[in-house]
Ligand binder design. Sequence first.
Ligand code: ARG
Length: 517
Amino acid sequence: MGLRWAIASVAALVAGASFCAPAQAIVGGVDSTIVNRPYQVALLLGNPNPSGLCGGTIRDSTHIITAAHCVFDNAWTVPGQAIDPGQVTVLAGTAKLSLATQDATAVTASVVGVSFEPAYGFPANDAAILTLDPAHPLPLAPSSAIDALPVVTPAAWQTIEQATALSVSGWGLTTASATGSVSNQLKLATPLQHRSDGTCAAAYGSGYDSLIMICAGNSTRDSCFGDSGGPLVDSSGANPLLVGIVSFGPANACAVQNAPGVYTEVGNASINGYVVIAAPGAAPRNTSGPFLTGTAEVGGVLTCQNGAWSGTPSYQYQFARTTNGSTFALGPMGSAQGYTVQSTDVGGAIACIVKASNADGYGTALSGATGLIPAPVTPAPAPTPAPAPPVQAPTPQQDIAAPVARITAKRCTATRCTLTVTVTDSGFSAGISTVQASVRSTYRTTCTRKGRKVSCTKRRSRSLRATTLSSSSFRVVAAKLPVGTQLFTLVAVDRAGHRQVLPTRVTLKTKRAKKRR
Ligand code: ARG
């Protein structure tokens, strides 16, 4: 698709007193006062040293409309998460950004809630609403230079769309080459040419959806990086209206004649229904990572545990297998919280993805992975291949270590061996669930080859049951053993599903009773 939405990132955005005043505008814009665009705000991303910039529109004294990509899953967020509200500062009432040059009417506001269009999937439905601290609402006109901008209704948009008078404003990059720094001075591109849906469809292919996007701008005037989230305004009627949100454009240029700017279509009924929600809440945020429980072996069931989330979301799950660095989805995102390990998973590690959704957006988070799924031990186990150490994302009070079985006593008679096994599980332990044991016997016997009885060596393997003596000790008894060499393999498994990484092995000999010799 080749479209990019990178938000302009700039070091020391506001604190820096010296700002180079670019010769040009937004791209091809003019200087604007805050009186001209009283509803324009800057979103400074990063705290205490902002390094990102987006635009926004004052909807009312405690709500800002912006782009979802400005506040979800970007360089200022944990991957798959909405931004921490403490990382966003709203700067209103000023046409100049830097502290030293700000208008006297400048006000900063802190954000208490980040909501974004629950149907957002970049670049579709690129809309978000920030809720400001209700104890400190923005002072609105007529008592100040700051004012709200009414949002177009879907009904009004039907007629306006045919004869728009568009403009866009922001502090974004000012050159068509999309180089240089953001502008200290608010710039306004007006009139901004409304382009046909066909032009943007030709430029962006399936990335452009004409039902929910507006195409505008040309080689002389366009929005650019850093303007995202800002207002596309229609002034064809008696009062200006918010009709669009700066969303995306070509990958690394602006003001490209055949690749105009793309704006979220606020007059689309479903997007409109979202942006006018009176009291939006906040998108779910992960506070403690998801994790897997269960048995990581073929036939075992792994359960994806949600971890902890804010925003009382509902959950969906997806499982994935990683083998030699490549990851394969084991099905679509869905409601099934459990996954039965398949034989095709042998040699791979399994992890799950939790998607937590509410009316204000969603978040996704990945669990730690299991150890490598071993080849099944029964009925005739090849010696269990040594699994790689499990990769685990540590979470408080989560059992992250694989247990280890140690043989503390061993004794054999002619046909029976008894092992006493003590299991240790370092760190927080969910408890030991079992010790998987098997024995491979190597013994001399007689075979029939080509009709003749000859002496030969045979092997046979079988799995053994471990009986629990206490929470950490187990007994393994192998009876009816053939006289010969007995190789015992032990793998401890804990209740979090972690399997011992390197199996414990011991070789014992069973001897014929003396009197029979
Ligand atoms: N996505 C950009 C941002 O985050 C806005 C890009 C707009 N590009 C354009 N050619 N109109 O700031």
